[in-house]
Ligand binder design. Structure first.
Ligand SMILES: C[S@@+](CC[C@H](N)C(=O)[O-])C[C@H]1O[C@@H](n2cnc3c(N)ncnc32)[C@H](O)[C@@H]1O
Length: 255
């Protein structure tokens, strides 16, 4: 068995250089440098067999734009699998980035963080030949909009999954209270100065009363989620304490 990282990402992209700087900066940089995370890239162009190193071709049946050929892409996918097997590491879970996939969310990030390796397949042009798409374990979208390529989506997946890997964030507590961790948006945050352009930091945060601060934060998270993401709010299981916090806010508003 090799010295496997806690999480390995295998990226297939025509622009692998986009991932180089990303793996060097901030918390990602530290996690890669200390071996917690590894980002390996392959360019399907390196798996072409023709003189022009073609990765795309015109669509059968006609139509505008070009489509990514399946042969170089699948050869690159299989090369990743072969290398992993050679190191005694498991084959990566294959994720195809596409606007047609299920929409990525925190639940999906948590699910990926449990897997030892994730392969992220980035399309370009008009997309990827369906026969290569069929070899992915799942298809994932960053949201209901269309990007030029899958790289930005892959970067978002890598960053959101990596910060769930133990040791990547300096302060694991910040994960617990973050937006979407408990189906809630996070409470508002404040730092210095105490007064900024006439707007004061809420007095409770300066009170030193930790119980009151916790209650205020929970109340603000509930109010914010209800106002901004009613569909998330509707799926919350509110307990008596939460209902009291909401009633308290309504009474304060009426007063
Ligand atoms: C211009 S898009 C192709 C869109 C495709 N013709 C369609 O309508 O479904 C090129 C590539 O960008 C990536 N992409 C675009 N939008 C995306 C999204 N919302 N989420 C994830 N990947 C996306 C995919 O990898 C896709 O193959």
């Amino acid at each position: 068995m090799s010295d496997a990282p806690a999480q390995r990402f295998e990226v297939l992209s025509l622009f692998p250089e986009l991932f180089d700087d990303f793996a060097k900066v901030g918390l990602m940089g530290k996690a890669c440098a200390n071996g917690l995370i590894r980002i390996d890239t392959k360019n399907p162009r390196d798996f072409t067999t023709d003189r022009h190193r073609s990765v795309d071709d015109t669509p059968y049946g006609g139509g505008s734009g070009m489509v990514m050929r399946p042969d170089p892409l699948v050869a690159a996918m299989e090369d990743f699998d072969r290398e992993a097997a050679g190191r005694g590491e498991p084959r990566a879970h294959r994720v195809l980035l596409t606007p047609q996939g299920r929409v990525f969310d925190q639940g999906c990030a948590l699910d990926f963080a449990e897997k030892p390796a994730i392969m992220l397949i980035c399309g370009r042009y008009e997309g990827i030949d369906e026969r290569a798409c069929a070899l992915a374990d799942e298809q994932l979208s960053l949201g209901d909009f269309v990007l030029n390529g899958g790289e930005v989506a892959a970067l978002a997946v890598i960053e959101s999954v990596s910060r769930l890997i133990p040791g990547v964030l300096g302060n694991a507590e910040s994960l617990r209270v973050e937006s979407h961790e408990a189906g809630l948006l996070e409470h508002p945050q404040y730092t210095r100065p105490r007064v900024f352009r006439g707007a004061e930091v809420p007095a409770v945060l300066l009170s030193g009363d930790h119980g009151a601060i916790e209650r205020w934060r929970r109340q603000q998270a509930l109010l914010r989620t209800r106002a901004r993401r009613p569909e998330l709010f509707a799926s919350l299981q509110l307990d008596a304490g939460d209902r009291a916090l909401l009633e308290g806010a309504e009474q304060a508003e009426e007063a």
